[in-house]
Design a protein around this ligand. Structure first.
Ligand code: MLT
Length: 393
């Protein structure tokens, strides 16, 4: 028996797993300390009323013989029409028209970022910003692909652009996790032109689009021609508070091809083989989150997180600590005011303030010396964390 030895090239544990182990060890050693986590981007606001009502109704239907459902509809890869229509509506608000067959409902963006990897050979060269969501790197290390990093630094406003290097797969995340930087229309246009020129496919991670201001594109398909070169991955986790419920979707346009092969057909083949869909109850909840009423309620929750981001930003301003993000994204990316590494700063904050951030180096080598704070905490805990930062920094 031989294992996939590419796994041996990974860090021993996933970034957020490493953070949680270190926090657990700290709690065990210091049971009297009240630890505040502003590390993983986990939501704290409850599901909105429109979603709760839809899920309750769906549960009741599942408990009645006449309305019970088993597997979802095979024709649409187990997605129910209510959810497909709601996603179509969400995109139509941005002037983007999607066909039912282009939408694949999933249990979240992270899964599909990995699932899409099945479609591409290990000889492909991948490119993504550094720093960026660590799953992109890990998935491609597991597959044994060569990775090119595009440095995201203050000099380029943390928004790397095509630089002449050739890649087959490009991952973009806007607003970016962890820096919060967001591509504008002209910049995305350049990435789309690049992808078409070198025959690359863009994996566009739109998980945080709900935080973007109006001047930014919310989907890559707002850029003309993007359907010929981009797959978009999105999630209800952050917009609708579904980190525990689990629902997302991936758009694979019907016209997207690699040579003569349509990627939509390939992904459909993959999904029907390896996946049996998302539960009916969850899909009805997700559909409600994208209804007119649900969207308005979800946006109220996002305001709470925006307020947290503002509060953290004011604190950093007071402390004269340079940072970016927080305006169009739920993350703040700050430069450590201390000498030493990101992990040294992480340890300092944990030990001195019992506040947990995410070490920037976990998102890539350009993240060394930075730390990410999330605005997804509760307002009370965020305020308390800010007070503590002021005491120790
Ligand atoms: C993060 O903190 O980066 C995200 O919550 C992780 C995720 O979405 O999987």
């Amino acid at each position: 028996m031989n294992i996939n030895s590419n796994f041996l090239n990974l860090y021993e544990s996933y970034l957020f797993d490493t953070v949680s182990r270190r926090v657990k060890a700290f709690r065990e050693k210091n049971p009297e300390r009240d630890v505040i986590s502003l590390s993983i981007g986990d939501v704290t606001q409850p599901l909105v009323p429109a979603v709760v009502r839809a899920m309750e109704k769906a549960v009741k239907e599942m408990g009645e013989k006449s309305t019970f459902r088993g597997y979802g509809p095979e024709a649409t890869c187990y997605a129910y029409p209510e959810l497909l229509r709601a996603i179509q509506r969400h995109y139509s608000l941005r002037g983007v028209s999607l066909k039912e067959g282009e939408i694949f409902v999933s249990d979240g963006a992270k899964s599909d970022l990995g699932n899409l990897s099945d479609l591409f050979s290990k000889e492909n060269v991948v490119l993504f910003p550094d720093p960026v969501y660590p799953a992109y790197a890990d998935v491609n290390i597991m597959a044994g692909r060569r990775i090119l990093y595009a440095d995201a630094l203050p000099e380029n406003n943390f928004l790397p652009m095509p630089d002449g290097r050739r890649a087959d797969i490009v991952y973009l995340c806007s607003p970016n996790n962890p820096t919060g930087a967001a591509y504008d229309r002209a910049q995305l246009r350049k990435w789309v032109d690049y992808a078409k020129e070198v025959n690359a496919v863009i994996f566009y991670d739109a998980a945080y689009e709900g935080f973007l201001g109006e001047k930014f594109p919310h989907t890559i398909y707002e850029i003309e021609g993007a359907k010929e070169c981009a797959i978009e991955i999105c999630s209800f986790s952050k917009f609708a508070g579904f980190t525990g419920v689990r629902c997302g979707y991936t758009i694979v346009p019907l016209e997207l091809k690699s040579g003569n092969v349509f990627l939509n057909a390939l992904f459909r083949r993959r999904q029907t083989t390896r996946f049996n869909g998302v539960s009916y109850v969850t899909q009805m909840g997700a559909a409600a989150a994208y209804s007119e009423e649900g969207e308005a309620e979800c946006r109220e929750n996002l305001l709470v997180y925006r307020e947290n981001a503002k509060r953290i930003a004011e604190t950093l301003d007071e402390l004269k600590i340079p940072y970016t993000g927080g305006k169009n994204a739920p993350y703040l990316w700050l430069k450590s005011p201390l000498k030493g590494s990101s992990w040294d700063f992480f340890d300092f904050l944990l030990e001195r303030a019992a506040v947990v951030g995410t070490p920037g180096s976990g998102f890539g080598k350009c993240g060394e010396g930075y730390l990410r704070l999330t605005a997804f905490g509760s307002p009370e805990r965020t305020e308390e964390a800010c007070q503590r930062l002021k005491l120790v920094l």
